[in-house]
Write a protein that binds this ligand. Structure first.
Ligand SMILES: [Cu+2]
Length: 130
């Protein structure tokens, strides 16, 4: 009985650690920043590798920038429109032209078929463009 519990706890501990090691973040802009257009955006990913679209190697994918868009659930394909920009060549930075105002910028990492890795591989920031 005790032995089974210990094994289960060890398993949970490991899977939590593995999950925590995979994340995305904005190198810039900083959350809450006031910036000017064009806005330089730099992406970072931890625990996964950037590969061009089409490459389905496990634990790889490419960045997507969502501009004032709802989150894309795990497994769903990230749309391609003015609110969802794909970086399918494996780019890790870009410049976006934005009219003055406040924005929620979200980055979403997704696999080679543009299928979202979900909220664990997403990050939101708010910025003001003056
Ligand atoms: Cu994509």
């Amino acid at each position: 009985m005790m032995k089974k519990f210990a094994v289960a706890a060890a398993f949970l501990g490991l899977s939590t650690a593995a999950f925590a090691q995979q994340s995305v973040s904005f190198v810039e802009p900083a959350d809450g920043a006031t910036v000017t257009s064009p806005v330089k955006v730099k992406f970072a990913v931890t625990g996964m590798e950037v590969k061009p679209a089409g490459d389905m190697t496990a634990n790889t994918g490419h960045h997507h920038l969502l501009i004032n868009a709802a989150p894309v659930k795990a497994g769903e394909v990230v749309p391609a429109d003015e609110h969802h920009i794909h970086f399918g060549k494996g780019q890790t930075e870009t410049e976006v032209k934005l009219a003055p105002g406040t924005y929620v910028l979200s980055m979403q990492f997704a696999n080679g078929l543009h299928q979202s890795y979900g909220p664990g591989m997403a990050k939101d920031i708010k910025i003001t463009v003056k």
